[in-house]
Design a protein around this ligand. Sequence first.
Ligand SMILES: [Zn+2]
Ligand SMILES: [Zn+2]
Ligand SMILES: [Zn+2]
Ligand SMILES: [Zn+2]
Ligand SMILES: [Zn+2]
Length: 609
Amino acid sequence: MRNERTVRRSQSITPFGVGAVIDILGESFVAEDISRWRGRRELLQAPRIAAHFGVEELRTPPAADVRGSGLPYFRFPQWLFCGRCRRMTRWSVKQEEPGKAAGCSACHGHPQLVPMRFVSVCGNGHLDDVNWVRWAHSDPARREQRQCGRSNELKFEHVKGVGGGLESVRVRCECGASRSLKDLPAPDSMKRLGITCRGRQPWQFDAEAEKCAHTPVVLQRGASSVYFSRLGSAIDIPPESNWSVWGGAASRIRNNDNFRLMESDPEHPLLGSLIDMVAEQEDVSTGQVRAVLEDRLGVKLAEPVEDVSIGDIETREWVALTRPAAAHDPRDNFISKETPFPHPAGHDELQPVADEISRLVDQVVLVSRLREVRVLQGFQRHTMDRVVPPDLGKGERFLPAIEVFGEGVFLSFNEKALADWEAGGEVRGRATTLRSRLAGSMHARWLDAEVTPRFLMLHTLAHVLMRAMAFEAGYSSSSLRERLYCSTGAEAKAGILIYTAAGDSEGTMGGLARLGEADRLLPIITSALVASDWCSLDPVCRESRAQGIDGLSLAACHACSLASETSCVYGNVLLDRMMLVDPGHGFFSDCLGALLDVQGHEVDDAPPA
Ligand SMILES: [Zn+2]
Ligand SMILES: [Zn+2]
Ligand SMILES: [Zn+2]
Ligand SMILES: [Zn+2]
Ligand SMILES: [Zn+2]
């Protein structure tokens, strides 16, 4: 049952988080829930972020390389077959030997068994083996097929002469009953057999099952709708990201009894003496004690834990990004500084373009260090009717999470310029089209986006910028990520953070923040705009009224606007490059016009050949 195959810790949140079905070296497993975790689950220091996700704590998955601990993965499907003798085996936990693949007991040399390709899922998130015994005895066209009482004597056979599709494979019982897999993936195949959902995950006992009214459907186990992870992400920002708060001395100070006394009673008449006592006991300066106390009280007064909502976390990050601190400790987890744009020394022949862009861009902030916390909130399957929590046990008070470190470039946009642009009928119409398509799509269940003109503009710009950074600066496109800050109304926001955040390591490849320096940013923005004005699939792409899943994008395709799967928070939809570059209504149409003028002059000025 439990196999410590190699899964990196960073992968244990995604793509191999709780409930995911994973293939490793020809074997197939499903990741068990956190109540089954063994070994040390290290506390991840991020109280504000934990509170945001509604738990007391975040904990990292146990390291997978320690014997006797690690992440439990359960062999699934449990139905396997032998490629040599075609016998099917319903594998049991008792047959499992640590680190060993399942082998055929009937064949010489015990060749490795192959997992069945199909599984049964329901919209409530349950997962099960296909009931192969029932299937073998269910061919409606064959009278002799009744339940025969034998339960484990099946063969998975090829049928010759009927082509290569599912009709060419069948499950046969010793009694002679058999049925091909041709109708198995039909949406009502289980319903026709009267099979209902067993209401559990493969690793759970029957006693842990819950009532479920859904009819399961059969899918290939590698199909994308077998598993959707629900991931949350937050960036560690001041004051918690400050070394003075999270660092070693600070945590000693926080745990001092006299410090706790001050925390619980900030009006304490002997506050001054208490600070002196803590400083002496912990061998720190009184200034450090004061700083930690101010941070603690500031946190408590400003952020009662119960009030933290999704909007707040985005707003807090926005505030942290748009108002960089004047000074930083090099050990801080969030280090940012604003950089002038355009470059004060000018941009030579590109100056007219820089001037146009600077009318639209409000701020450029370089984030030379950031810490991102990624949280697994749960998972969904099939029609995504419910989010299954990562804990199916007695009520763990934590969520699994990992931290990654990186750096980034943040751009915010001029609110007045945006508001004027958003008043245009064409951009509103395009946004309305996509908004109503999203409302009618299953993807509305996880795509957390208010589809406005500025959202489409920011999202598409983030994509073309990531593509330009990958192209111009040699970043691997999957190492870049987007983060949008977007809202309208009283607390209007419009910003993009492009960042890298890699693995468990401290740093990244370096240099992304430097790309935000005024002299390097302009060529990147201009090349992104040029690229988004011309797609190799134009004019089809440019004029398209529906691209992507459920038509959730307009002018955007893989040749011009799509990003790597790991870079995009929104499933590579809700994109429309006409929001950027359309000569009539693109947000950047004047910039592009200036750029074409400049390039035109370059051609004019060129010496005759
Ligand atoms: Zn065999
Ligand atoms: Zn039979
Ligand atoms: Zn179910
Ligand atoms: Zn295109
Ligand atoms: Zn995206």
